[in-house]
Design a protein around this ligand. Structure first.
Ligand code: ZN
Length: 193
């Protein structure tokens, strides 16, 4: 289903009225349209299949050493929307995988993250869904997905922890091994403060 911008606009006008605002004042005149447009972006992944980004793979010839075949993409910027508060959370994703017989262009991995993040989400589920999409799309030997994000619902309301970030991890296949996992976490951390 395509996003119904008119319905979002009506709902936003209703929220503004409900908090006691004068919806007719000039500053708010185009707010419902602006919010509808922003939501169109935030939720553009709702009906999109992330596997579409992984359709275009090329054959990969494996070497001998497992970790030398590791593909690691660090610091993929993402933003998503917490489904409990409809407030943004944003941060970075790190993706590592050991290819099976197919690899994909590195530019496709951020597209998978972007599509799955552009839905009402929970960080834990987003992490698992990225790992599942890579597993289904690439049939790799192993996958690690790490997300490190700051949630507006934590930083801007309630306990107001402005700098507190949440780290989640999902692993699949050979990279679920705790020793290998620790090595990858060290690789992800290398070069960072
Ligand atoms: Zn929240």
């Amino acid at each position: 289903m395509a996003i119904d911008f008119g319905r979002i606009e009506a709902a936003v006008a209703e929220i503004l009225a409900a908090i006691g605002e004068d919806t007719a004042r000039p500053g708010l005149a185009t707010t419902p349209q602006r919010v509808a447009k922003a939501y169109g972006e935030f939720f553009s992944g709702v009906d999109v299949d992330p596997l579409d980004h992984l359709a275009d793979t090329v054959e990969f010839h494996a070497g001998a050493d497992e970790l030398s075949e590791l593909v690691l993409l660090r610091d993929i910027d993402f933003r998503s929307m917490c489904e409990h508060h409809l407030l943004p959370f944003r941060g970075v994703a790190h993706i590592a995988y050991v290819p099976g017989r197919r690899i994909v262009g590195l530019g496709k991995l951020p597209r998978v993250v972007e599509t799955l993040a552009s839905r009402p989400q929970l960080q834990e589920r987003l992490t698992e869904e990225i790992a599942d999409a890579l597993t289904a799309g690439l049939t790799p030997q192993g996958v690690v997905v790490v997300l490190d994000a700051v949630h507006d619902c934590v930083s801007a309301r309630g306990v107001r922890q402005a700098r507190s970030s949440t780290v989640t991890m999902a692993t699949r296949g050979t990279l679920s091994n705790p020793v290998v996992r620790a090595e990858i976490m060290a690789l992800i951390g290398a070069g960072h403060d």
